[in-house]
Write a protein that binds this ligand. Structure first.
Ligand code: ATP
Ligand code: MG
Length: 666
């Protein structure tokens, strides 16, 4: 196959060739970051020479310990790591109180904008009072250290306050995304045996109040008996059903509680939270994280990957608190670092498609962290929406959740980043707790589409079936070769599944489940989930590469590619594409797209069938659920679609498949 050859970079060629494939373009660090360049570059060699000493130093520099640690890593009970185990601390104290004690109580911690346009500005001193009240209220409701608390809230300040209040008393939180159904909520409450559920009457979405409490009522009616109370925030003023001995209003018990509270000091390995993975590939797993190592790595990565200047930056991560990105890069990372951040409740197109850009302009956001799915959506809507706003405050842009197609990367930098800002493509997982692979602004020459290099102190590699590292230019499985501070400590209640899922494929190595390749410089490119990799006539093809090739065609807004079983070739490539506005769906467009993939990657990757669709099935966090598309392509009943954002999408797609458009003979 010619894939690798055609991608081999010739730097002389890469410079200045406008029609060069976007994947081959390079963006050297901007002069603005030159001061950090050396400092960042120096981190790598010393971190790799002695990662434990490196992390110990980060833990001492970035975190305030109640009882300092003397042990760094205990890996004797692998794969369950213990980091900084004899130290004690409190996550909420680190995120809030210590900033007030340091004289920064007046700094805005959260600039909240509700979807209807209501705003709240919460300083660190305000936050300290709020979390203290909430912690006292939780105590009064019988919650003590070690009890689990389920949180089912919209993206409002109370979500952050609730998590911090739990952390303050050492009660692990288990957040369930507000868009999930009653059944998803029930199974997660039951699995974690939560004693309390914190929810709201509802939240604002797409210009209207959306209810939340009814789902809690329904979930609890079906079973979990561990729940003693439901604590309800009034957000929308909707009518809610009430169970007298069980339900309490936030404003009755939190707002009236004392604003003085002493944090509970916990051991570094005390569980901080459980978070169920999104279920993109199967039954959700209760990933659990502990306190000291997790906080160290989220603080380090948030500070360095985004080049944070806490006193002057305005940071905005668009993730919901229901995802790990919301935990690590809305709640813990920014607050532990004393940053000022924007939190926005609603959807990007309410009331208009420029809502995000009006927020960037209004708050002078300087660091923006979002997902490729959002960027592709903005591309589809058109440049006029960002163009109507002053985005000149932006200086670092981030991406997370999926590979960012080079085309989308270039658009993000050009249209949002004024062709100037670095883009950090951050690879990590719920399981890793914090960013693992990413460029560092100033230190890394950026390559659109590649997450590039493991961060200082992180050891990742790409291995073949026999666990041998592949040479530069080769592809295989992404693994993590050393324990890291924010690593998951297990799957809640299921130690065997923890070992089987992550540690049995390659003994001694953490198997991430993602395919990857190393380019000729040794930089890492994510190729999609291993479960999604296709095998066509003995050639392994990556979903990410074919999708990026399709998205690089001017007619295509989004693409999803799957392999469907085929008697002759093993699998055939089936592509689902969304066309850009104004592009007509004809036999000719489809033929052009097939030819385009052949040109970009090679004839072997040419989709046998291309289906033009209006929407793609996505999880609530915006990731494409390829296994459902595979069911459609193989004419099977569609599997478990409970985590789908919009379940009607699958019916539409299945109906579309019966039409002959796009089926080809070769
Ligand atoms: P589940 O594990 O339940 O199927 P999930 O993997 O989608 O759900 P997350 O932990 O939120 O849940 O996502 C992590 C995954 O997202 C990674 O394993 C990878 O497949 C993908 N991912 C995240 N960031 C990137 C990135 N920058 N580039 C490529 N892929 C990414
Ligand atoms: Mg996963």
């Amino acid at each position: 196959m010619t894939t690798e050859e055609s991608r081999t970079e010739n730097p002389a060629q890469a410079a200045g060739l406008e029609n060069l494939s976007t994947e081959l373009r390079r963006f050297p660090p901007d002069a603005e970051f030159s001061a950090q360049a050396n400092a960042h570059a120096e981190l790598y060699p010393w971190a790799s020479a002695d990662p434990e000493r490196f992390w110990a130093e980060q833990a001492r520099d970035l975190i305030t310990w109640h009882e300092p640690f003397t042990e760094v890593l205990d890996w004797s009970n692998a794969p369950v790591a213990r980091w900084f185990a004899d130290g004690s601390l409190n996550a909420c104290y680190n995120a809030v109180d210590r900033h007030v004690e340091a004289g920064n109580g007046d700094r805005v911690a959260i600039a909240f904008e509700g979807e209807p346009g209501d705003t709240r500005s919460i300083t660190y001193a305000d936050l300290q009072r709020e979390v203290s009240r909430a912690a006292n209220a939780l105590g009064a409701l019988g919650i003590t250290t070690g009890d689990r608390v389920a949180v089912y809230l919209p993206m409002i300040p109370e979500a952050v306050i609730a998590l911090l209040a739990c952390a303050r008393i050492g009660a692990p939180h288990s957040v369930v995304f507000g868009g999930f159904s009653a059944e998803a909520l029930r199974s997660r409450i039951a699995d974690a045996e939560a004693k309390l559920v914190i929810t709201a009457d509802g939240g604002y979405r797409r210009g209207a109040p959306a209810a939340l409490k009814p789902a809690v009522d329904e979930a609890l009616a079906k079973g979990p008996t561990t729940v003693e109370h439901v604590l309800v925030v009034r957000r929308t003023g909707q009518d809610v059903a009430w169970t007298d001995d069980r339900d309490v209003w936030w404003h009755d018990v939190v707002d009236t509680a004392s604003d003085q509270h002493t944090p509970v000091w916990v051991e570094a390995e005390h569980p901080l939270f459980i978070l169920y993975t999104s279920g993109t590939t199967g039954k959700p797993k209760g990933i659990f994280h502990t306190t000291g190592g997790y906080l160290t790595q989220v603080a380090f990565t948030h500070l360095n990957v985004f080049d944070l200047k806490a006193a002057t930056d305005v940071y905005w991560c668009t993730a919901d608190v229901g995802w790990v990105t919301g935990h690590s890069y809305v709640v813990y990372g920014p607050l532990v670092n004393g940053a000022t951040q924007v939190i926005y409740e609603g959807t990007p197109d309410t009331p208009g498609r420029d809502r995000w850009w009006s927020i960037v302009e209004k708050y002078r956001v300087s660091i923006l962290y979002t997902a490729p799915t959002a960027i592709r959506t903005c591309m589809k809507w058109g440049e006029e929406y960002p163009a109507g706003h002053d985005l000149s405050s932006l200086r670092v842009l981030g991406s997370v959740g999926e590979s960012i197609n080079p085309e989308a990367w270039i658009w993000y930098r050009r249209v949002i980043g004024a062709d100037r800002t670095p883009i950090v493509d951050t690879w990590w997982q719920t399981e890793t707790g914090a960013i693992m692979i990413s460029p560092l602004p100033g230190a890394t020459t950026l390559k659109p589409g590649s997450a590039q290099v493991p961060l200082p102190g992180i050891s990742a590699d790409v291995v073949d079936d026999e666990a041998h590292p592949v040479p530069d230019g080769g592809g295989g499985y992404l693994v993590l070769t050393r324990p890291w501070p924010a690593m998951l400590r297990g799957i809640w209640g299921d130690p065997q599944r923890f070992k089987d899922t992550y540690w049995s494929r390659f003994p001694g190595l953490y198997f991430a489940g993602d395919g990857a390749k190393k380019d000729d410089d040794g930089d890492i490119w994510l190729l999609g989930r291993v479960d999604d990799v296709m095998n066509v006539s003995g050639h392994r093809l990556s979903t990410t590469e074919i999708e990026s090739a399709l998205v690089s065609h001017p007619s295509v807004a989004e693409a999803a590619v799957v392999g469907a079983a085929d008697e002759t070739t093993g699998q055939i490539v089936v592509a689902f594409v969304i066309l850009r506005g104004g592009i007509e769906q004809t036999e000719q467009t489809v033929e052009e797209l097939r030819a385009h993939v052949a040109k970009e990657i090679g004839a072997i990757a040419k989709p046998r069938r291309i289906l033009v669709v209006q929407e793609l099935p996505k999880t609530r966090s915006g990731k494409i659920m390829r296994r459902l598309l595979r069911d459609v392509a193989e004419h099977r009943a569609v599997g478990d679609a409970t985590t789908l954002a919009d379940s009607s999408v699958m019916t539409l797609i299945a109906a579309g498949l019966d039409k002959p458009v796009g089926a080809a003979a070769d």
